[in-house]
Design a protein around this ligand. Structure first.
Ligand code: THU
Length: 160
């Protein structure tokens, strides 16, 4: 038996002002998208904004359904739209803003496991890292330099 140790590195920013203006702008887009969340069942609204290498910004929000599992997270709504609209573009950055509708939170909300897996598909295909920024509705922002940092032991097409 031998031990396998996996390390990951994240960066914590006090607030959006500590970030470069282009990231602040992307987080603002995610905040704006969050206002379009359809979340009557969880009352938890999420917005995502994706910056592509063609300079386009694609946004998405969570879209719920009376048949709960049919709903979709903000990150996947956005990334599948980006893939559908600009199949050749590389994804440079994703910003995510999330929190309950009723109250503000400064706890950064990371993408769920299913969204990490979905983002991984794009990162693996484009062979370049996707920066991920996530926050609550106010305050701290966490940055990951790649999806891989959030999902060690990635499962991808090379294993099929
Ligand atoms: N949600 C997202 O949109 N992204 C995540 O990464 C976590 C969860 C949504 C799904 C559901 O509409 C609500 O938040 C509560 O789980």
């Amino acid at each position: 038996m031998r031990e396998l140790k996996i390390e990951t590195k994240l960066f914590v920013f006090e607030n959006e002002n500590e970030l470069p203006p282009n990231i602040g702008k992307l987080l603002k887009e995610a905040k704006k998208a969050r206002l379009n969340a359809y979340a009557p069942y969880s009352n938890f609204a999420v917005g995502a904004a994706i910056l592509l290498d063609n300079n386009e910004v694609i946004t998405g929000s969570n879209q719920e359904n009376a048949s709960y599992p049919s709903g979709l997270c903000a990150e996947r709504t956005a990334i599948y739209y980006a893939g559908a609209k600009y199949p050749k573009a590389k994804i440079l950055k994703i910003a995510v803003v999330a929190g309950a509708l009723q109250n503000e939170t400064n706890q950064p909300i990371p993408p769920c496991g299913a969204c990490r897996q979905a983002i991984a598909e794009y990162e693996v295909n484009q062979k370049s890292p996707i920066e991920i920024y996530f926050m609550g509705t106010v305050g701290n922002v966490i940055k990951s330099n790649s999806l891989e940092n959030l999902l060690p032991l990635i499962f991808d097409k090379s294993q099929l």
